[in-house]
Write a protein that binds this ligand. Structure first.
Ligand SMILES: [Fe+2]
Length: 437
């Protein structure tokens, strides 16, 4: 953590909008006008296209950016395998898929000198990285900046949810600050380095192997509501002109590979396009809900969705449970008892979640796999069944969910972790029978 990183984060400017064509130049005149690849790019820069989708995908799904950089990415020595640390990838075969409800406490504090990349710890996931389908859930705990190394993930985009401590993301396309309450996206293949804005950092990462996240369709909700495109912030171009050797760690088909460039690869002076990192303040989410009766399905809280080939069936949805009013009449207001074909991993950023009175703590997480029975704990059920139904503000917590179409298999380290709560089932004990025939 450096004072310089904090000052840099405070002064950041952003472009706004989601999925649109952005453009930015750190030096006036660096961006070619009217073409992407002129015979000689302006200012002696190299032009490079970064494609996050096939050339021929429909415009609504097409993602690519043109980068104008000091040296081309292609000029590098061979990549060689390095240790994967606690990172794991799909297919997840270390442990058998478990139908039990699982819940974890936060990760233990990392050893001194652990940076964001070294601090990534895989909980589980589904799909297959080589098929570009499915997702992985990682947690991170870090207490050091990444120095002289950058990370890029060929296997998927990274949705980063800080829970403790802010992050300064120095990406090829510019800088983003993400603090608790924000979420950030680093697209597939974009190199970045993480510096800490506080003494330590902790949080969650969804690695989405599938279609890039997009805003959900709104249907009868109309043209507004849920997450607004204008609240997503993309970086402005910012480059490093440095000849310090820099290690590029590339996650490729589940393994980490390393090559040391003789310069910083964060040397993009100008860029334009749609394959762009973002940060979004989840407190800006426009929460919609029932103003008559019943708890809506939690899909109403979807921030971003990664669609599959089947309409409405997400590879993964990112859902946020933000502060909101509950006003339903004759309604059991907390989330209902539920068995779901989709699999649900929940995390907590701050406060408490309205279906769990205790044990679900910031930095921890719960996994309710395909068709596993879950819902309010007995304390919450008893309280909510007897509560006076006056308007009630839920404003003491921020929780989120990664909801995915396939069951989630835990890694061996998650299934056997000391911080796995082995008594989680007990929260549903004590639910009394009330039926008397
Ligand atoms: Fe559920």
């Amino acid at each position: 953590m450096s004072e310089q990183a904090r000052k840099t984060a405070e002064a950041l400017e952003y472009l706004t909008g989601f999925g649109n064509e952005h453009s930015s130049e750190a030096v006036p005149g660096a961006l070619p006008i009217g073409r992407n690849s002129p015979q000689r790019a302006p200012l002696g820069l190299y032009a490079e296209q970064l494609s996050g989708s096939a050339f021929t995908e429909p415009r609504t799904h097409n993602r690519r950016s043109w980068l104008y950089r000091i040296r081309p990415s292609a000029a590098h020595p061979p990549f060689t395998r390095v240790d994967n640390g606690a990172l794991r990838s799909a297919p997840f075969t270390e442990a058998v898929p478990d139908p039990n409800r699982l819940r974890w406490n936060p990760l233990p504090a990392p050893a001194p000198g652990t940076d964001f990349l070294a601090g990534l710890w895989t909980l589980g996931g589904n799909g297959d990285v080589t098929q570009r389908s499915g997702m992985a859930i990682h947690l991170y705990a870090a207490n050091a900046d990444m120095t002289d190394r950058v990370f890029s993930d060929s296997d998927g985009e990274l949705l980063i949810v800080p829970e403790r401590g802010g992050l300064l993301l120095r990406t090829e396309l510019g800088l983003l600050a993400a603090r608790p309450g924000d979420m950030a996206i680093v697209p597939r293949g974009v190199r970045f380095r993480v510096e800490l804005l506080d003494a330590d950092a902790r949080g969650y990462v969804c690695e989405n192997y599938g279609q890039p996240f997009e805003l959900p369709n709104l249907g009868p909700i109309g043209a507004n509501g849920l997450a607004a495109a204008r609240d997503f912030q993309a970086p402005v171009a910012a480059y490093e002109d440095s000849d310090r050797p820099t290690e590029v760690i590339n996650k490729f088909c589940g393994n980490l590979w390393s090559a040391t460039y003789d310069h910083s690869p964060l040397d993009v002076v100008a860029w334009h396009g749609s394959h762009v990192p973002y940060v979004y303040d989840m407190r800006r989410f426009n929460v919609l809900g029932s103003i008559s009766y019943d708890h809506p399905d939690p899909s109403i809280f979807t921030v971003l969705t990664s669609p599959s080939d089947t309409p409405g069936l997400a590879g993964v949805d990112f859902v946020v449970f933000a502060p909101r009013w509950l006003v339903g009449e004759d309604t059991f207001r907390p989330p209902y008892f539920h068995r779901n074909v989709m699999s649900e991993y929940m995390g907590l950023i701050e406060g408490a979640y309205d279906a769990k009175a205790e044990g679900f703590v910031p930095g921890g997480g719960s996994l309710h796999n395909m068709m596993s029975a879950h819902g309010p704990d007995h304390e919450t059920f008893d309280r909510a069944s007897a509560a006076e139904l006056k308007p009630q503000k839920i404003d003491d917590g921020l929780a989120f969910m990664f909801e995915t179409r396939w069951p989630i298999t835990a890694t061996a380290q998650a299934a056997g972790a000391d911080h796995l709560q082995r008594d989680y089932d007990a929260v549903w004990q004590g639910l009394q029978r009330h039926f008397r025939g």
